[in-house]
Design a protein around this ligand. Structure first.
Ligand SMILES: NC(=O)c1ccc[n+]([C@@H]2O[C@H](COP(=O)([O-])OP(=O)(O)OC[C@H]3O[C@@H](n4cnc5c(N)ncnc54)[C@H](O)[C@@H]3O)[C@@H](O)[C@H]2O)c1
Length: 262
């Protein structure tokens, strides 16, 4: 008996991934961009500072021999995002993957958080992700192939993190719901959507590098006995955007060393 046609198109050899928030030197996005470029992806480093984004893209291109592009874009600015995605389509191979990694945190307790602070966080983490995802997903759907990964946070699942409070957790929880909905809506267009949910990773987002005291505190909650690294997260994202991950969609991957076991 003949099987129904598989909806997605074949995975192209030359393909592009957009990684938002990939210019931070010690960040998850930078590590993800590097890993993807090492696997043959053309990578778009999309971050606030144009010079920093271009510098990272130039470094990746030189290191891995794939065309890369750095763009200075605030993801909460829709026209800027639209132009950026148009540039990617015009200048690089087929857009196949989007990693929604850019984000800001907020340590303000709920009873004290101002509307301005709330909006600052939601504008980037949720609205920014909406802008980039809609622009990129339209391109992916037109090719009947795509991979979307949202970077959420264990903070969304366990009710606040070690640093991020209500605005951050709420915006990161929204990303889990968004990815699940995209999985249903975009599946018929050949596009998968998943989330990674990191626990505490030693980057600068928690107000600077972790002190020994904070590390000791975190280690008490970690069955694997070490703090997470950006490579721990990048490895899972690289798998989720790969050709092999085509049957995974609507899933949340906890990358937390067992600090939160659902
Ligand atoms: N480090 C952790 O412990 C941890 C845990 C869970 C989730 N996360 C998530 O991982 C992602 C990466 O964080 P990180 O730890 O690497 O921090 P980071 O601060 O090093 O990286 C965040 C990046 O996002 C960029 N960015 C911020 N606002 C932007 C905007 N409006 N437009 C474009 N780019 C913008 C920043 O410039 C920066 O390069 C974030 O979404 C964060 O919430 C981090």
């Amino acid at each position: 008996m003949a099987l129904p046609p598989y909806p997605a198109s074949p995975f192209p050899v030359e393909r592009t991934a957009i990684v938002t928030g990939a210019a931070s030197p010690r960040g998850i996005g930078r590590a993800t961009a590097d890993r993807l470029a090492s696997r043959g992806w053309s990578v778009v480093v999309l971050d606030l500072d144009p010079a920093a984004s271009s510098a990272v893209a130039a470094e990746l291109q030189q290191l891995h021999g794939v065309p890369c592009l750095g763009l200075g874009v605030d993801i909460s600015d829709r026209p800027g995002v639209r132009d950026a995605v148009a540039t990617v389509v015009a200048e690089l191979p087929q857009l196949v993957a989007l990693v929604n990694n850019a984000g800001v945190s907020s340590p303000v307790p709920f009873l004290e958080v101002s509307e301005q602070e709330w909006r600052r966080v939601v504008d980037v983490n949720l609205h920014g992700t909406f802008h980039v995802t809609q622009e990129a997903a339209r391109v992916m759907a037109s090719h009947r192939l795509g991979r979307i990964v949202n970077v959420s946070s264990a903070s969304a699942q366990r009710g606040g993190g070690v640093y991020g409070r209500a605005a951050y957790s709420a915006s990161k929880a929204a990303l889990l719901g968004l990815a699940r909905t995209l999985a249903r809506e975009l599946g018929p267009h050949g596009v998968t959507a998943n989330s990674v949910s990191p626990g505490s990773i030693d980057t600068d987002i928690m107000g600077g590098p972790l002190t020994d005291e904070r590390k000791e505190f975190l280690l008490r909650e970690l069955p694997v006995g070490r703090i997470g690294t950006v490579q721990d997260v990048a490895a899972v994202i690289a798998f989720l955007v790969s050709e092999d991950a085509g049957y995974l969609t609507g899933v949340t991957y906890d990358v937390n060393g067992g600090s939160h076991i659902a």
